[in-house]
Design a protein around this ligand. Structure first.
Ligand SMILES: C[S@@+](CC[C@H](N)C(=O)[O-])C[C@H]1O[C@@H](n2cnc3c(N)ncnc32)[C@H](O)[C@@H]1O
Length: 213
């Protein structure tokens, strides 16, 4: 039971259902989404009919490729990555995946790039430094239209999200993010806990509407 079983189930689902994404990940921290989670991102983008996608936190471009392959030919994805070496690796992986033409990787702190972007985006995936999640939500909303889907990864943190006295800045960031979502009249939101190869964590999902939605 536990982690071993969650990993085996992820492998079972991956083998049967996930159209694999092949990235060169040597030397990168293992912080990418799992294969079934990547596939979920692709399905969400397809279900939303997304033509413009914003990703905050690229790493080697693994989740980027799942999201980008949901785009129509004239679609566009902008992804933001702090680390120049990770951004370079992502560009190379996107090139190999044949997606370099639809994806722009912007290097530098996301909070510097976000005010320079033109919206609206149809889907925003937040997956960078969790302490900044409240600011990322604020920018995501500013770059949204009614109907935009906002997805944030790693918001359960092994259950630590329920600890009000938590000192970990990442947990504090996701708690502030949840509080901002709860106080935001323009969104309807939830979070889903997940177990799998990445342990116990989860996604938050929010759809932007009008204040009366
Ligand atoms: C969890 S990883 C992203 C994983 C990726 N979305 C995937 O699933 O393949 C988080 C990434 O955010 C980047 N990051 C951290 N702080 C950042 C910041 N302030 N601005 C932009 N990117 C940042 C890290 O360098 C790291 O590559």
């Amino acid at each position: 039971m536990g982690q071993e079983l969650w990993t085996a189930v992820d492998r079972y689902v991956t083998d049967l259902l996930v159209d694999p994404v092949d990235v060169e990940g040597d030397g990168l921290p293992p912080h990418e989404v799992s294969p079934p989670q990547g596939m979920l991102l692709e399905l969400l983008a397809r279900a939303a009919g997304a033509r413009r996608i914003l990703e905050i936190g690229t790493l080697g471009g693994y989740s980027t490729i799942f999201l980008a392959r949901a785009l129509p030919e004239d679609g566009r994805l902008v992804t933001l990555e702090l680390d120049p070496a990770y951004a370079e690796r992502a560009r190379a992986n996107l090139e190999r995946a044949g997606l370099a033409g639809v994806v722009e990787v912007i290097t530098g702190p996301a909070l510097d790039a976000l005010p320079t972007l033109d919206g609206p985006f149809d889907l925003v995936f937040i997956d960078a430094d969790k302490r900044s999640n409240p600011e990322y939500l604020r920018h995501a909303l500013a770059l949204s239209r009614p109907g935009t889907l906002i997805v944030a990864d790693n918001v359960i943190r092994g259950g630590a999200v329920v600890n009000a006295g938590e000192k970990d800045p990442a947990v504090r960031g996701v708690r502030a993010f949840f509080e901002a979502l709860a106080a935001e009249p323009r969104v309807r939101a939830t979070a889903i806990q997940t177990v799998g190869v990445k342990g116990h964590d989860g996604f938050a999902l929010a759809v932007v509407g009008s204040p009366a939605a």
